[in-house]
Design a protein around this ligand. Sequence first.
Ligand code: PHE
Length: 455
Amino acid sequence: MADNNRANFGSKLGVVAAAAGSAVGLGNIWRFPYELGQSGGGAFLLIYIVCIVLLGLPIMTSEFLIGRMSQSNAVGAFRKLGPKGSKWWLVGVMGVLSAFFIMGFYVVVSGWTLEYIVQAVTNSFANKDTETLTRAFTDFSTGTWRPIIWMTLFLVITCVIIVGGVKNGIEKSAKFMMPLLLIIIVALGVRAVTLPGGAEGLRFLFKPDFSKIDSSVVLNAMGQAFFSLSLGMGCMITYGSYINKKNHLAHTVLEVTFVDTIIAVLASIAIFPAVFSFGINPEQGPTLVFITLPNIFAHMPGGLIWSLLFFILLSIAALTSTISLLEVIVAFFTEEFKMSRAKAAIIASAGIWVLGVCASLSMGVWSDVHIFGFTIFDFLDNITSKIMMPLGGLLIALFAGWVMKKDQMLGELSNNGKYKTAYFRAYYFIVRFVAPVAILMIFLNQLGVFRWLRL
Ligand code: PHE
């Protein structure tokens, strides 16, 4: 093999577990259900799935391709594959920066999941009403020390796993955590649909209400697809570089995307029947998970166990994602600056910690500090998901469609002729034309250009 020294995922299952671990996260279990609740239930689901198939699959394929062909981190990959002297490596730099920024707010919410595990263990949701639970969440999340302590702990756990390496850290932990996550979410789903009145939740989820669909819903669904599949910021390039040359890339893409989508749907199946059964407004938004669910658990037989399972699930999902985000930065540091993994992980985590502290404080004492009109937390969230990731995805599609050599791509996808690549023409057409145009539209919409034009 060309690069014997480079770390590799050991098994096929390990690759899928790690990449699906990256994709499945707070985006699936926290963000997807509330987006769906606000955007017409089944209709959003349908459009989301179209986005996944039309954009998610080809862009993930491109990222894996770029990673495995170059055997490099996100920055090195573009330098190796792009024309000499070109500036494509800047796409990788933007990816590494995105990883920093996403981590900055992601670890804060991840830390909250640990607090909620403790709350669940101590049965503190029991017999509380909505008002009390809302106050508890607000008091906690706007507080100074507790969220920072939880965030720090979460970051330390992520860092320790990353220092463990690709095979023994990332792969091993994902192989253990992902099946556990699946079991928990299925158990929660079964429990939710068997609640009295739960059928209505399922109807909401699967019966499309097309009257709710407008252009912004379509564009939201596309943005959600990017975030949820960890695309547009070099994460799948980095993981792709660890995929064994013998693995079938197209299958891996299908498997990861399938798991990510199924978990988002299962999370919604676990949440919406319960929401309807207890008469809660499905359009509640981001507080759905931290306020509504404890509310549901508070009034449910065996609530302690279910809430404990749910928040363990949420923190596992978050952890496999923070691992992948940190790895983007660590792979860059170790390869471009010849650092050891431990040193790279510690330096990166220290930077993330500072950002995370700022983001956490911006929920409370620093809520008056604004960057472009956003709190620090919202700024990090918005600049990554609304600007950097779509822009990264657009550039990655252009790179695959117009810069990379077609026969080399075919060779990589077919493992030098071993596997069929009948899908290649469709894939190539999408990355050349469809994806760039579609992503440009998300991008313009999120900058408010369409709204501005209509005025
Ligand atoms: N896909 C993750 C989620 O859904 C978030 C993420 C984005 C992880 C980008 C890595 C890179 O929560």
